[in-house]
Design a protein around this ligand. Structure first.
Ligand code: MHF
Ligand SMILES: O=c1ccn([C@H]2C[C@H](O)[C@@H](COP(=O)(O)O)O2)c(=O)[nH]1
Length: 318
């Protein structure tokens, strides 16, 4: 059974038919709806879409990065993960330390202007090298500010004391699984000015019934073609990891989105994906013996029987 692809494709179809043209911060333009919910039964298989290839390795390394409480893209680069590069790069090129060619509006310009694209790529390569090999540079420009890792693992209270929301949730699930307070919030009003990108998945909550762990996650803004397949798989993986540690089965994953949009330069890609028939979902195995989710490494996670349709390329809006 694979209901997951159908559920996702139904959302895509719904936006194409009912979405309103809406301008956005990146200048790309979107088709957007406001308010949508989807449910994924995690017992059916691991919800990694099969109607295009979704790179599980990038999703897993990003989630482990959050769980480590890390906010610096150096860890991602060390794992050959480039999904956050543009947001660190932006911090560098808009600073007084930047001494290269003008990078104003690099996201859109690199899609429209081939000559600029080559200049941009050279600067991006310089950025990546510096983050990887220059500690001072990485501390300044690799760090994305108080993003997910910081809020999840060391939320700062008014008194300067820090709170580990993930540790709290795990302890509570073990001690009092009926709790209705198994919430993690990444949205901190006082931190908005200290973040390269305010959290898109800003809160999630767990629920235990009949020995199964379910999770609901909320998104204020969601890029349906590039972001959402990652977000679904990431929260599915988080639910599996916490269930594993708490000796529970997995239940349901519930998604609630607010401004749910397809970028205007992703419409063709979505239409291609809609012509494809879903295949069997993969399954996930966590290496036995990994006791704490904070010790999990990439090699402890194994995705089985993933045989998707080919990748569909698209540019990310910055
Ligand atoms: N516009 C936008 N969409 C997002 O989904 C997004 C952001 N911005 N900003 C922050 C993070 C970064 N995320 C990203 C960024 C890029 C891809 C992406 O390009 N995915 C490609 C594969 C990329 C690769 O192989 O390196 C894909 O085909 O899924 C996915 C998620 C999710 N978030
Ligand atoms: O996990 C993520 C992170 C980001 N996004 C998307 C949603 C929007 O398209 C952009 C963020 O732009 P804002 O103007 O701050 O809303 O990134 C995502 O889908 N998933």
């Amino acid at each position: 059974m694979n209901q997951a692809d159908h559920t996702y494709l139904q959302l895509c179809r719904y936006i194409l038919e009912n979405g309103t043209k809406k301008e956005d911060r990146t200048g790309t333009g979107t088709l957007s709806i406001f308010g949508y919910q989807m449910r994924f039964n995690l017992q059916e298989g691991f919800p990694l879409l099969t109607t295009k290839r979704v790179p599980f390795r990038l999703i897993a390394s990003e989630l482990l990065w959050f769980l480590k409480g890390d906010t610096n893209v150096r860890y991602l680069l060390q794992h050959n993960n480039h999904i956050w590069d543009e947001w660190g790069f932006q911090k560098w090129v808009t600073s007084s330390d930047y001494d290269g060619p003008d990078m104003t509006n690099f996201g859109l310009r690199s899609q429209e202007d081939e000559a600029f694209k080559a200049i941009y790529e050279a600067q991006m390569q310089r950025y990546q090298e510096k983050v990887l090999h220059d500690d001072d540079f990485a501390a300044l420009y690799g760090d994305l500010g108080n993003v997910y890792g910081k809020q999840w693992r060391s939320w700062e209270g008014a008194n300067g004391q820090t709170y580990d929301q993930i540790q709290y949730i795990i302890q509570e699930i073990k001690r009092n699984p009926d709790s209705r307070r198994l919430v993690c919030s990444a949205w901190s009003a006082s931190d908005l000015e200290h973040q390269q990108l305010p959290p898109c998945h800003y809160a999630f909550q767990f629920y235990v019934v009949d020995g199964k762990l379910s999770c609901m996650f909320n998104m204020r803004s969601n890029d349906v073609f590039l972001g959402l397949p990652f977000n679904i798989a990431s929260y599915a993986l988080l639910t599996h990891l916490i269930a594993h540690e708490c000796q529970l089965d997995v239940g349901e994953l519930i998604y609630t989105g607010a401004d749910v949009h397809i970028y205007s330069n992703h419409i063709e890609q979505v239409q291609t994906q809609l012509t494809r028939d879903p295949k069997k979902l993969p399954t996930l195995t966590i290496k036995p013996g990994v006791a704490s989710i904070f010790d999990v490494e990439l090699d402890d996670l194994q995705l089985n029987d993933y045989d998707p349709h080919p990748t569909i390329k698209a540019s990310v809006a910055v």
